[in-house]
Structure formats: structure tokens, C-alpha cells
Design a protein around this ligand. Structure first.
Ligand code: GLU
Length: 303
């Protein structure tokens, strides 16, 4: 497989549409991102690496971190997380309050903000340091010890976080948080504000392509839990456009409002594409176009 050629063509397809996206500005620290930036990295289970564009430029991982919080909560024995969060697509914006009210404080899935707050809470209870656990894992798996939370982004999220705070309080009012709301929010903002590159994230997600085995050997998740995380990524990983993502890309994927998308080719490898311009659902326009072009040309989807 000519991965390098495929990535090159995918980047061309992504760049052709990058002007259609809008950078997230509801978190002011993200508003300054360059909408024309683009990177794409592919790591195989055999250790091959391919990259195009700004493959080593760090960006705010935002909701891509939610894959790791979920996996780490499960890895720390947090199966009880499924009592406090569902696993159905939301069909609503990622920060919707309405659905949470209708469903009595049990968020629809772990990847909308409400669900991620519950998962962060459980990981905090299991480890005592949810954001630190995510960061340590990303550093270990990516082989990049310099990964860190960008404090200005976390502070900006906290300052403008009325909606997330409302979600967290609402969940707490239904008895679905174990820790104090303020602590859960602090850890949530800290793991969302981690900065990492396409190369870092593609490497860190490799356990999802390896049925739960970590990059250096050793198991993070059981085979079944790895299957389940991939399944929830496919059905819920790209906000209320998960159907469109499955249709176009055909891989489990998780996006973030920093413009990153991490996609998994089970048994084969991972791909991370990044470009900050977002569509109205909050997914990167160019990253998704590039992933669409890649799976269409290569035939490497799960279907
Ligand atoms: N930290 C962001 C928020 O809570 C994450 C949003 C996202 O990437 O989906 O709004």
C-alpha cells in the first residue's frame, strides 16, 4: 500500500475545502488558530509512520481527549461508568442541555460534553488525577514527553465555561457525579486543553487498532472493551454528524473543536488529520474531506 501517496492525495482533497470551515471561537484561546493549517499522520500496527503537511505542529486536542478518558476509565476498572452514561448517538449538539433534562442527568454517550464530564468524574474517582492520567498516557504512548496542557486554553475554557458548568451542575443534581463539580470541570478543561500533534495522537491511539494492546506491548483494554470504544467512536464520535462521518469515512473516529480527528483502522493502524476550520456540527471540514479521500481511494474502511 502506497500510504505516502494516498496521504498526499488526501491532503490535496482536504486543502481544497479548508476555506469552507470556521475556526472555533466560543473558546477565545482557540480563535487565533490558522484556518489554512493542515496535517495528517498515519501509524501502522507494524510500526510504519507516514505524514504529510504540518504533522508535528501541536494543536488543542479538545474532544479527541475524550477517547482517552473513556479508555483509561475502563482500563482502571471503571465499568461502572456505563451506569452513568449511555452509548447512543445524541442527534443533538455536543453541548446540549435539553437532552440531559429529558434523560434525567444520564448523558446519551461518553463523547458529548455531558457524557465526557461523567467519564472524567469516574476517572478522577478511580485515579485521583483524571487529567494527569490522560496526559501521562499520551506522553507514554506517543513517545513525546513534552506534551502538556496549555494553561491559557484551560483558563479560557473555564472563564467561558458557563454551559459546561451548567451541564455538570445538572448532572450533579441527579446524583450522577462522585466528585465536586469544580474538580470535575477543572480536570475536564485540563485534558481538553492538552496540545499534541497528528503524529502524537496517531501513535497514542494505536491501542484501538491493536485490540487493546499498547504501543510498546502490554494490554490497556480487553479485546471487548477495545471493540466497544471503537464502536462508540463510530456511532457517537463526531457529534451529531456521526452518521455522515460513517457514510463518508467509514472508520471509528473522534473529532475535537481544535480541528483534530483521530480515526482507527482496526487491525491495521490509526490516522490523525487536523485542520482548524470546522463545519456547523464542530468537525474539521478539511480533516474529514481528507479522511474521506483516503478511505475512498485505499478501500481501507471497516465496511
Ligand atoms: N472543551 C470543549 C468544550 O467543552 C470541547 C468541545 C469539543 O471539542 O467538542 O466545549
Amino acid at each position: 500500500m502506497d500510504y505516502q501517496g494516498l496521504l498526499h492525495d488526501a491532503m490535496t482533497a482536504g486543502r481544497a475545502v479548508s476555506g469552507r470551515g470556521r475556526v472555533a471561537d466560543y473558546i477565545p484561546a482557540l480563535a487565533g488558530a490558522d484556518p489554512a493549517a493542515f496535517g495528517m499522520a498515519l501509524v501502522t500496527v507494524d510500526g510504519e509512520f507516514h505524514g504529510v503537511g504540518e504533522v508535528d505542529r501541536p494543536f488543542s486536542v479538545q474532544s479527541v481527549s475524550k477517547v482517552f478518558t473513556l479508555a483509561l476509565a475502563l482500563a482502571h476498572g471503571g465499568d461502572h461508568v456505563w451506569r452513568g452514561v449511555g452509548r447512543e448517538p445524541s442527534g443533538n449538539p455536543f453541548n446540549s442541555l435539553v437532552q440531559l433534562e429529558n434523560e434525567r442527568g444520564i448523558p446519551r454517550n461518553p463523547f458529548i460534553n455531558a457524557g465526557a464530564l461523567v467519564v472524567t468524574d469516574r476517572l478522577l474517582g478511580l485515579t485521583g488525577d483524571a487529567a494527569g492520567t490522560v496526559l501521562d498516557f499520551l506522553r507514554a504512548e506517543s513517545g513525546n514527553p513534552f506534551l502538556a496542557t496549555e494553561p491559557a486554553t484551560a483558563a479560557s475554557e473555564a472563564e467561558h465555561g458557563h454551559r459546561n458548568a451548567a451541564l455538570a451542575h445538572f448532572i450533579a443534581s441527579h446524583g450522577n457525579l462522585e466528585n465536586e463539580v469544580e474538580a470535575v470541570l477543572e480536570h475536564y478543561y485540563a485534558h481538553c486543553a492538552i496540545e499534541a500533534s497528528c503524529r502524537d495522537l496517531a501513535r497514542a491511539g494505536l491501542f484501538l487498532a491493536q485490540h487493546g494492546m499498547r504501543a510498546g506491548g502490554g494490554r490497556l483494554l480487553s479485546r471487548s472493551d477495545a471493540k466497544r470504544v471503537n464502536a462508540v467512536m463510530l456511532t457517537c464520535g463526531t457529534y451529531d454528524a456521526a452518521g455522515e462521518f460513517a457514510y463518508r469515512v467509514g472508520l471509528p473516529g473522534k473529532s475535537g473543536v481544535g480541528g483534530g480527528v483521530l480515526a482507527v483502522m482496526p487491525g491495521r493502524g490509526t490516522i490523525c488529520a487536523w485542520s482548524p476550520g470546522l463545519d456547523p456540527a464542530g468537525n474539521s471540514v478539511a480533516a474529514i474531506a481528507a479522511l474521506d479521500a483516503f478511505t475512498t481511494a485505499s478501500g481501507l474502511s471497516v465496511f
